[in-house]
Design a protein around this ligand. Structure first.
Ligand code: SAH
Length: 210
């Protein structure tokens, strides 16, 4: 199931609804890194150094990036996802610091990451959480650090429910106070039920000030 209240603008999903999602394999948990992030790494768009994967789920993106030589931390609200991610790291002999945490109140000092990646977290937040989240991402990023975000776009049909669809204007207004937006480009979001991925935006932004 895709958590249906995700399409509502005023509702924050509870921890227990996220934990429940991981009782089975949720639709976004595709067992491989998102192609959009693979491409980013291949194109050399990440700043060398530390990466925070926020809302990391069971860790495929984080593990892929760690394999490519970055120092990676993955944070997720749910214990189930973090346990699964840690297990994968052990199985694949990769070192990633996977830990439980809340993206709206991150347990890291200011400016410690060179990159923050977000695969499918931003589009789950209600309006009121968006600026709080943007401030937290900006806070933990070093100056000139980069934020990469993949979310469903308004071009994806809404007939199947799923998370909120996000417009370019919404991304710009949420992040532009603290970031220069490099681009917001069309991308695909791989899920377990789209054959080619859902219509998404990939955002690249640089932190300019706190
Ligand atoms: N990035 C992962 C998971 C995407 S689904 C992937 O691509 O597979 C969104 C994830 O964000 C879920 O794992 C959910 O548990 C997590 N999440 C939701 N709210 C959060 C919050 N406030 N802080 C941290 N993680 C959160």
């Amino acid at each position: 199931m895709f958590l249906s209240p995700l399409s509502m603008s005023g509702v924050r999903l509870t921890l227990s609804s996220w934990e429940d999602a991981y009782k089975t394999v949720p639709p976004w948990d595709v067992g491989r890194p998102q192609p959009a992030f693979v491409e980013l790494v291949r194109n050399g768009e990440l700043v060398r150094g530390k990466v925070l994967d926020v809302g990391c789920g069971t860790g495929e993106n984080a593990l892929y990036i760690a394999e490519k030589g970055f120092s990676v931390t993955g944070v997720d609200l749910t214990n189930r996802a973090i346990v699964a991610a840690r297990l994968k790291a052990v199985e694949r002999k990769l070192k990633v610091d996977f830990r439980e945490g809340n993206a709206l109140s991150l347990d890291f000092k200011d400016g410690v990451f060179n990159n923050v990646i977000d695969s499918g977290l931003f589009h789950t937040f209600p309006d009121a959480d968006r600026p709080v989240y943007a401030r937290e991402v900006a806070r933990v990023l070093a100056r000139r650090g980069k934020y990469f975000m993949l979310c469903f776009s308004e071009k994806e049909p809404t007939n199947w429910g799923g998370p909120r669809r996000v417009t370019k204007q919404e991304i710009e207004s949420t992040f532009s106070p603290m970031f220069n937006i490099n681009y917001i480009r069309d991308a695909l979001f791989a899920t377990r039920f789209h054959s080619n991925g859902g219509k998404a935006y990939l955002t690249s932004a640089i932190r300019i000030s706190a």
